[in-house]
Write a protein that binds this ligand. Structure first.
Ligand code: HEC
Ligand code: HEC
Length: 186
């Protein structure tokens, strides 16, 4: 009797748990509940796209942007640099990773907000050109951006201390040499 009871209880627990975690997935893909953007876990991407600057998470731009950036012609002039890949296999592997994790394929909160701020056909090559990101940075005094510790707004990590973890929360922002604190909730 007791054993039967245990079996029923554990079956109940297991099915409740799987329902619960499924519901969690459904919820987060509907409402973008996961905070920040998905952190980069792909070693090839970190190696190839993290040498000259912070390895921007693919969840910061839509797939269309990455496709545009990664075609051979664009790679010849990537913000003034020639970063054409000798091996097409590498280029394709990177692009595939970027598309799968692009903002329009992500349920993370910041990716959803970036997508919401863009029109259907927009494919900016710069994260700072997306309306959401531009708006979030429009009040920062120029002198705090051009100072040596930062240099340019593209240098996300200079102010977002947990940027490499995909965390851009305003309570983790510290602009060097500034006492400004930001906390507007979203
Ligand atoms: C040879 C150096 C170099 C390599 C390698 C490189 N980049 Fe860049 N990238 C730049 C420069 C320079 C800029 C201009 C912004 C800056 O000053 O950091 C830039 C800017 C960007 C921006 C725009 C950032 C913004 O301000 O919104 C993105 C996105 C980007 N790169 C993605 C990539 C990806 C993806 C790869 C790998 C396929 C890559 N980069 C590899 C030099 C490089
Ligand atoms: C000069 C410092 C600085 C740099 C560099 C910078 N940011 Fe920010 N960022 C801020 C500040 C300050 C805020 C908070 C603005 C507010 O809440 O009004 C912010 C807000 C954000 C937010 C919204 C966070 C929230 O909680 O509302 C995102 C997302 C973000 N930044 C992404 C980026 C990315 C991606 C880069 C690099 C391409 C970047 N930032 C570079 C200072 C910076």
């Amino acid at each position: 009797m007791f054993r039967k009871y245990l079996t029923i209880m554990s079956l109940f627990t297991i099915s409740f748990y799987s329902l619960y975690s499924q519901a969690d997935n459904i919820f987060s893909s509907f409402f973008g509940k996961k905070p920040g953007v998905a952190p980069v876990e792909d070693l090839l991407y970190l190696e190839e796209c993290g040498v000259c600057h912070f390895p921007y998470q693919p969840g910061l731009l839509p797939a269309k942007s990455w496709e545009k950036m990664m075609n051979n012609l664009s790679l010849e002039n990537h913000f003034g640099e020639d970063i054409v890949f000798d091996e097409q296999r590498i280029r394709k592997q990177l692009l595939n990773y970027m598309i799968v994790n692009a903002a329009d394929n992500s349920s993370f909160k910041r990716s959803r907000k970036i997508m919401k701020s863009l029109s259907y056909n927009d494919a900016p090559l710069s994260i700072l050109k997306t309306p959401y990101i531009r708006r979030k940075h429009s009040d920062i005094p120029q002198r705090l951006i051009i100072q040596p510790e930062v240099g340019t707004l593209s240098n996300c990590e200079a102010c977002h201390k947990k940027a490499s973890k995909g965390n851009y929360d305003d309570d983790q922002v510290r602009i060097p040499n500034s006492k400004l604190r930001y906390d507007d909730g979203d």
